[in-house]
Design a protein around this ligand. Structure first.
Ligand SMILES: [Zn+2]
Length: 458
């Protein structure tokens, strides 16, 4: 089986046979005007795990994420705070990288900034103007969507239904309200660059198209991003790229991540229901967020709630406990029942190869975890250790931080030994008092055929 991805443009399953040539993946990066929230994290974690998986399968990948550092939102924020727009852009770019680091996102090869590509952006707009796809007004240069009949195909939009309420840029000289800005003319405000159409700055969509064209060429493998970006952003990227190059399709497959809702509602400024990455990490681990993300298919929506976060936290705790328990039980070395895991291994890889089905892959790992938890003392210890190591390794492939081995403090071990002696002497009240003492400092004690298993629940 080779890797297949369901293309969100055509709905078709696209094969990606293994090759030595790197898969060229572009994912829309952040607009750096504020802290990233867990909705952003959902997309970036999903693609991080995807790229890690491809590389583990020995499929090279070049993964590029752009930084939108020229944008109306950044300029507005800078004006609000009375600082230079670069101060805002660089500050939140640093914050974004810091958040990625905390989340264990480490698979991106390059983060090109839009501001470094002005020369190329201008050249691309000139091509579109020369080919008759773009026109100039007093306010800017626009892409004329009527000239590109497939506009709307990706998002399956009825453009006539969208048009009346569309007010992104108000310019009475626009031919169609949906025509989007390639270049915005400026009147003294910053940032501004010189162009054949006077001083100005690029529109958002052209920035990404230009970066991929420069780094990947006019056709490449996968474009990813949040599904909210389908319209108008990705729709416009297709229009610009294919109009300029005359080549179709722009990419072999589009991968869109589903929306992250908060208690069933869309995250929005007015509802004040944003949860930033740092806010989430102040109460939960990066592993918990990764589990929450990957226990859903990348295309499915996620409904975030305190309960969902807690369930993810508990799932990761069960992995930590399993790692400690598996190592402990292996000391028994007596049982002979074999535990073959080849079926689970095959099913794990097959799930991920089939449109990156992480929930199905995680289910395989958790099946092995519960099998070991339930049957530990009847299993052959080498098989048990192999299975344990496999689970931990596969979680690492998906980007989880491996469980830490626990060191049980001397005092706890002493209390546990004393408790064993009391139990031996049938002094059950004293034994229970010792168990309580151990629990009060956060440890659990489970009696097993090879003695007590001590564990610290974090
Ligand atoms: Zn983009």
């Amino acid at each position: 089986m080779s890797i297949h991805i369901t293309d969100s443009l055509t709905g078709k399953s696209i094969p990606f046979p293994k090759t030595k040539k790197p898969v060229r993946l572009f994912v829309c990066g952040p607009t750096v005007y504020d802290h990233s929230h867990i909705g952003h994290a959902r997309t970036y974690i999903a693609f991080d795990a995807f790229v890690r998986f491809l590389r583990w399968e020995k499929q090279p990948v070049v993964y590029i994420q752009n930084i939108t550092d020229v944008d109306d939102k950044i300029i507005a924020r800078a004006a609000e705070r009375g600082v230079a727009y670069t101060a805002i852009a660089r500050r939140y770019e640093r914050a974004y990288h810091a958040a990625e680091k905390k989340l264990g996102i480490a698979s991106v090869d390059e983060y090109p900034r839009a501001s470094s590509y002005l020369k190329e952006i201008i050249a691309l707009i000139e091509t579109l103007v020369a080919k008759g796809y773009a026109y100039q007004t007093d306010h800017g240069v626009y892409f004329e969507i009527k000239k590109f009949p497939r506009y709307g195909e990706l998002s399956r939009q009825n453009l006539d239904a969208v048009r009346p309420g569309w007010r992104v840029e108000i310019d009475p000289q626009k031919k169609d309200p949906l025509d989007f800005a390639l270049w915005k003319k400026t009147k003294g405000e910053k940032p501004a660059w010189q162009s054949p159409w006077g001083a100005g700055r690029p529109g958002w969509h052209i920035e990404d198209t230009d970066i991929t064209q420069k780094l990947f060429g006019v056709q490449y493998d996968i474009h990813g991003g949040a599904s909210e970006l389908k319209f108008p952003h990705h729709e416009s990227e297709i229009a610009q790229q294919e109009a300029a190059s005359g080549r179709h399709p722009m990419v072999k497959a589009w991968m869109h991540t589903g929306v992250l809702l908060i208690n069933g509602q869309k995250m929005s400024k007015s509802l004040k229901n944003f949860i930033t990455i740092d806010e989430f990490l102040s109460t939960h681990s990066a592993n918990a967020l990764r589990y929450l993300v990957l226990s859903h298919h990348y295309r499915s929506p996620i409904d975030y709630s305190a309960d969902a976060a807690h369930a993810a936290h508990e799932a990761m705790q069960s992995v930590e406990r399993f790692a400690a328990y598996g190592a402990f039980v292996a000391n028994a070395k007596k049982a002979e029942k074999r535990l073959p895991i080849t079926t689970s291994q095959k099913a794990f890889a097959a799930a991920l190869e089939n449109d990156f089905n992480t929930p199905a892959a995680l289910a395989q790992l958790f099946r092995v975890i519960s099998h070991i938890n339930e049957n530990a003392f009847s299993l052959h210890y080498t098989d048990l250790l192999t299975a344990r190591a496999w689970v931990i390794q596969m979680l690492a492939v998906l980007g989880f931080t491996p469980p830490k081995s626990q060191k049980i403090p001397v005092a706890i071990r002493r209390w546990s030994k004393e408790r064993e002696i009391c139990r031996g002497n049938k002094q059950f009240m004293q034994a229970d008092a010792l168990r309580k003492k151990i629990q009060e400092v956060g440890y659990t004690v489970d009696d097993t055929p090879i003695g007590p298993f001590l564990y610290h629940q974090r």
